[in-house]
Design a protein around this ligand. Structure first.
Ligand SMILES: Cc1cc2nc3c(=O)[nH]c(=O)nc-3n(C[C@H](O)[C@H](O)[C@H](O)COP(=O)(O)OP(=O)(O)OC[C@H]3O[C@@H](n4cnc5c(N)ncnc54)[C@H](O)[C@@H]3O)c2cc1C
Length: 579
């Protein structure tokens, strides 16, 4: 394969078949599907190029080889990464993949907390994501219709199932088949293992809480690489727990390891990096998107790219910001916004509520290597019964580990005995934390700030989001239930943990969804069931902006399935001359 640089372009007079905005998880999939289906495609990315392998500068580096021993310089952190540093994956090894907050500010009303975690480079957040990958079910896609919160999804599980299989086979998802209706099985590679304590607690949990079950988290890591993964240059997971730094084995799914090489192989992809999409170009005579206007991130020059179809994959808030900034006489409040709901119904997952405690015994056990996933208890709340305090549900995830030298080192002591003491693994601990569904609400919204602009002259995004009563009640139940489960399983000294909204603001679950939702009715939604704008037929939005509600599972596998499905549909429509 030629070097990445040979596919990168600046200005181009060419009219492409398709423009994909963004190169993260969804942009990578869009580029792969469109090019493999014959379309000359331009991927437009605001960030810099990152080459697979050589671009992962933090990989394989021990903290003592790093200039600041693995921690980002406190002043740099304070001045440039005040938001990004809240993400658990942010450190000196991964800093290069996180957005610089000083250069890319956003606003909130009266300082209302919202943490927008971004990866603005080729590959987007596909380079730092935690790879948990779950199918949604009809429980999730039918929820809005059932309880009336949010608009009815125009699709059901049967529409997505073949596309889940399509993306799982290619991405490589390791997991166990469980036959659970709330969490449909997929095309799995062999699962990762429980450790001894987790296995013992799983057996107790499954016996006591059936039909609920503790499973091992399904993850986009190649536990065992299949032939087609090896043939594509990807290798088996080495369980190094360094995924967030980039993996030159290609053992986890990212744009760089997976979709980008597939798209480049077709010879039909060009990439414009350092190109900030300012707006989608629109021709009112034909009612079609005609391309995108970009600002060069380095020179500030403006240029246009043209294509027959435009696919927005700039992440939930990135895509909505572009639409809001694409105004015209026909669409004064943002492109494809005749319904007026553009920017509304923003959700993120409810998080940071759970419990942990000590597990006695098992001192003769340890674990070998590391593991890119953890135990997971799929949703059991409000599946067959109805909790009196809240609708929807949550998963619990966690795991068991032995206290390590860091906790031992905090104890007093010195000399030989002290050194011997911190070398011994401490007691086992086991914890569970929830991830719950936040209800879609009209008032949770983003808009463009009327006056403030960033250094490229782009209006700041103004984010106004908070938890409602249902969300608060669910979080309380997540923590109480996690504690009850631990007590039931014989865990000792159980502590309930629940962060405040200030400690764990919306956004920090990094699962933003909604703001250009799909729906059956053009009067109340932006997109139809194919992620196609109701108002502008050759405009598609296939990332999390399109979600009509947020479910309780990690969403990126669903974004992948929706993107692949939408792109196949767009190509069919183009071939049929419909768009
Ligand atoms: C630490 C971490 C852990 C996570 N763990 C999980 C997990 O376990 N499971 C899960 O499902 N999800 C997880 N996520 C979330 C997951 O990363 C996102 O859901 C996913 O990356 C979204 O894909 P995307 O293509 O929409 O956006 P991104 O991957 O963010 O890509 C968007 C791209 O668009 C570009 N862009 C934005 N605006 C413009 C513009 N105006 N012009 C040009 N380009 C633009 C950006 O630079 C970026 O490259 C995690 C995220 C993080 C950071």
């Amino acid at each position: 394969m030629e070097a990445l640089s040979s596919f990168i372009i600046k200005a181009s007079p060419e009219r492409f078949d398709a423009i994909v905005v963004g190169s993260g998880i969804t942009g990578g999939w869009a580029a792969k599907e469109l090019t493999e289906r014959g379309l000359k495609t331009l991927m437009v990315e605001r960030g810099r190029p990152v080459e697979h392998g050589v671009g992962y500068v933090g990989e394989n580096r021990d903290p003592w080889t790093m200039p600041n021993r693995g921690r980002v310089d406190a002043r740099v952190e304070e001045e440039q990464y005040a938001i990004q540093r809240q993400c658990y994956a942010f450190d000196e090894h991964t800093q290069q993949f996180f957005n610089n907050d000083r250069d890319m500010p956003y606003s909130t009303p009266d300082g209302r907390p919202f943490s927008w975690i971004r990866g603005n480079q080729l590959g987007g957040k596909s380079l730092m994501w935690a790879r948990q990958s779950y199918r949604w079910s009809d429980l999730d896609l039918g929820a809005n219709l059932k309880d009336g919160h949010g608009t009815d999804w125009p699709i059901r599980y049967a529409d997505l199932a073949p596309w889940y299989s399509h993306v799982e086979r290619f991405a490589g998802i390791s997991g166990s088949k469980e036959g659970l209706a709330v969490l449909p099985d997929g095309e799995f590679l062999p699962p990762f293992e429980f450790n001894a304590v987790e296995l013992a607690l799983k057996q107790k949990f499954d016996a006591k809480y059936a039909p609920a079950r503790m499973i091992i988290g399904r993850t986009a890591n190649l536990n065992t690489a299949a032939q087609h993964h090896l043939a594509a240059g990807r290798g088996q997971c080495q369980a190094r727990s360094q995924c967030h730094r980039g993996c030159s084995f290609g053992a986890y799914f990212s744009t760089q390891s997976s979709t980008l090489p597939a798209a480049l192989k077709t010879g039909r992809l060009k990439i414009a990096t350092d190109s900030i999409v300012h707006s989608v170009l629109y021709d009112p005579k034909t009612n079609r998107a005609t391309g995108v206007r970009v600002i060069d991130a380095e020179t500030m020059a403006t240029r246009d790219y043209h294509a027959r179809v435009v696919i927005l994959c700039a992440s939930t808030l990135g895509s909505t910001a572009v639409l809001l900034n694409s105004t015209s006489e026909a669409f004064p409040t943002g492109l494809a916004n005749s319904s007026g709901v553009l920017g509304h119904y923003l959700t993120d997952h409810l998080w940071a509520a759970g419990a942990d405690g000590r597990v006695d015994g098992f001192e003769d056990h340890y674990y070998q290597g590391r593991r890119p996933t953890a135990p997971y208890i799929p949703r059991f709340r409000n599946v067959t019964d109805q909790h009196p305090d809240f609708v929807r549900g949550y998963a619990l995830a966690g795991g068991a580990a032995r206290e390590g030298w860091q906790s031992a080192a905090a104890k007093p002591g010195f000399g030989e005995d002290y050194k011997a003491m911190i070398r011994k693994p401490g007691p086992w601990r086991f914890g569970l934390g929830g991830q719950g569904e936040m209800l879609p609400h009209f008032d949770n919204m983003v808009s463009l700030h009327p006056t403030k602009k960033d250094k490229w002259g782009m209006p700041l995004l103004h984010v106004n989001v908070t938890h409602g009563e249902n969300d608060r009640r669910m979080r309380k139940d997540m923590a109480d239930t996690a504690a009850n489960i631990l007590e039931d399983l014989g865990v000792k000294d159980v502590r309930t943990k629940m962060a405040t909204l200030e400690e764990y603001p919306p956004g920090l679950a990094i699962h933003e969804m909604g703001t250009a939702r799909m729906g059956r009715d053009p009067k109340t939604s932006i997109l139809n069931g194919w992620n196609q704008a109701h108002d502008v037929p050759n405009l598609f939005v296939t990332d999390g902006a399109s979600m009509a509600s947020g479910a309780w599972q990690n969403p990126s596998l669903t974004f992948m399935a929706l993107t692949a499905r939408a792109c196949a549909y767009a190509v069919e429509q183009m071939k049929a001359g419909a768009i």
